[in-house]
Design a protein around this ligand. Structure first.
Ligand code: DGL
Length: 270
């Protein structure tokens, strides 16, 4: 069991923000990544559709004998909560680790959350934070254009389109005086430079990918599931649309050439 891979999934590229951090934190672990690129974005879909997609993503990873699963997706973590009780291996979403990291970071107790429309409508981060602290105030904004920007390679913080979309979404949070901002969708750390510039250096950005990778390392340790061999981990990538676009963008993001290492699957069959 310990030597099996860790499964990570998201609607597309976003979960790579967790995968990349996990590669740093646990370099000996094998990773199987699934990006549902044929059905991205999830964040503007109905609750039932997101639940159905999440179940299929989990089933695909389980069919690959993974030892643990990370839903590296704020939308799935917020909407498909029943998965926590049904997945037969250790399973985590991004909410808990990210909410905790934000509470550790804030000094004035004013926390902003940006996420997909489904995530913001669920108030998942707000609810999680209020369970952990009575004093924190949470301000939420959905940013439905961020995922399409990232999936189409618009990530440069100097790009006029990126700049204006980011400023439009985050300026209400600046007016609220938040000192901490949760990037509540795993795609958003890919826009971190642009978001950081718009928020200014006094606001701490909480990367849900990083917080989740650190939490997963703890989860595996607690369950005695860390890989025994200390050789470098291997990575496999799967997508539900043609691999080309994912290969290019993911390769740049991970800083590794992954050409010919991405396989297309039929996710509807799972
Ligand atoms: N990266 C995902 C999230 O964290 C999914 C975004 C989407 O597909 O809309 O919410």
């Amino acid at each position: 069991m310990r030597n099996r891979a860790i499964g990570i999934f998201d609607s597309g590229l976003g979960g790579l923000t967790a995968a990349r951090e996990l590669m740093k934190v646990l370099p000996s672990e094998d990773i199987i990544y699934f990006g549902d690129t044929g059905r991205v974005p999830y964040g503007n879909k109905s609750v039932d559709t997101i639940k159905k997609y999440a179940k299929q993503d989990v089933n695909f990873l389980l069919s690959n004998n993974v030892k643990a699963i990370i839903a590296a997706c704020g939308t799935v973590s917020s909407v498909a909560k029943d998965l926590y009780n049904t997945v037969p291996v250790p399973y985590t979403g991004v909410l808990r680790p990210t909410a905790k990291a934000a509470l550790n970071a804030t000094k004035n107790g004013r926390i902003g959350v940006i996420g997909t429309t489904a995530t913001i409508n669920s108030h998942s981060y707000k609810n999680h934070i209020s369970e952990l602290s009575k004093d924190a105030e949470v301000f939420e904004v959905d940013c439905p254009l961020f995922v399409p920007l990232v999936e189409n390679g618009f990530t440069d913080s100097e790009d006029i389109i990126v700049k204006s979309v980011v400023e439009r979404y985050v300026s209400p949070l600046l007016e609220k005086g938040v000192d901490t901002l949760i990037l509540g969708c795993t795609h958003y750390p890919i826009l971190k430079n642009a978001i950081g510039k718009a928020m200014g250096e006094n606001v701490t950005l909480i990367d849900s990918g990083r917080a989740t990778a650190l939490y997963t390392a703890e989860l595996l340790r607690e369950n005695n599931l860390l890989r025994e061999e200390k050789t470098e981990g291997t990575y496999k990538f799967y997508v539900s649309d043609t691999p080309d676009n994912f290969e290019n963008l993911a390769g740049v993001f991970l800083g590794k050439n992954i050409d010919n290492q991405v396989t297309q699957i039929q996710i509807e069959e799972y």
